[in-house]
Design a binder for this molecule. Structure first.
Ligand SMILES: C[S@@+](CC[C@H](N)C(=O)[O-])C[C@H]1O[C@@H](n2cnc3c(N)ncnc32)[C@H](O)[C@@H]1O
Length: 206
């Protein structure tokens, strides 16, 4: 079974977990999801009990706050009233929210992520995203991940660091699987101009 992250992130790898898993060795002590985004890969490693120690890292501060604290603040019954029965349009939902709702940090991050194209939380909310992506299934995913994250048998850490800091911090540890899914190098055939990732260096290190 694939475990689906409640966050939509550009380049999310939930659908590809089985292919990624095929590359993993039978036993390893720690798994590092160095550019975790929606965290699908590390979460599936935990859920499938391939390893009990997982480090998640991402440079996106609000995203890591969501994973560390925000998700645990989400009140599913409260959001359920907002998403069910499904509002048909953003305007209908905003009207509902204006009258009755005050969202906390986790609820707001989840909602913005769900309603915008590619999960970019500063983007425009669309009716299509509302109907397809902010529904009861989404809340079920939140519940599943919350339960996974608080399970005492797992040792999970989140970092909001540049990838190089994590490499320095853990490079002496043995038997680690490093999973690297950096922002894409190419965009429509052209190198990304804004990426601060040193791809050549990454290639040499690993
Ligand atoms: C392709 S996405 C990862 C998607 C993820 N594997 C998933 O399944 O959702 C790349 C991630 O790298 C993060 N990132 C960008 N620059 C970074 C850096 N210098 N250090 C750490 N993370 C970085 C972005 O915030 C983004 O979440």
């Amino acid at each position: 079974m694939r475990f689906i992250s409640p966050l939509s992130c550009p380049g999310g790898k939930a659908k590809h977990f089985d292919k990624i898993k095929a590359f993993l060795p039978g036993r390893f002590d720690m798994f590092i999801d160095l550019f975790c985004g929606g965290a699908s890969v590390g979460l599936n490693v935990l859920e499938q009990q391939l390893c009990t120690k997982v480090i998640f890292n991402d440079l996106h501060t609000d995203l890591i706050s969501f994973w560390q604290e925000g998700i645990h603040l989400i009140e599913l019954d409260y959001l359920q009233k907002l998403v069910y029965p499904n509002a048909k349009t953003i305007n209908e939902m905003k009207a509902k929210m204006l009258n009755d709702y005050c969202l906390n940090q986790g609820e707001e991050f989840l909602m913005k992520n769900a309603l915008t194209f590619n999960g970019k939380e500063w983007g425009v909310w669309t009716d299509k995203r509302l109907q397809q992506n902010f529904n009861v299934n989404k809340l079920k995913r939140v519940e599943n991940v919350k339960n996974l994250l608080v399970n005492p048998k797992y040792k999970i850490k989140f970092f909001n660091s540049d990838y190089k800091e994590i490499i320095n911090r853990y490079s002496n540890n043995k038997n680690i699987i490093w999973y690297l899914d950096p922002p894409y190098y190419y965009n429509k055939g052209k190198p990304y101009k804004h990426s601060k990732i040193d791809f050549q260096e990454l290639k040499i290190i690993f």
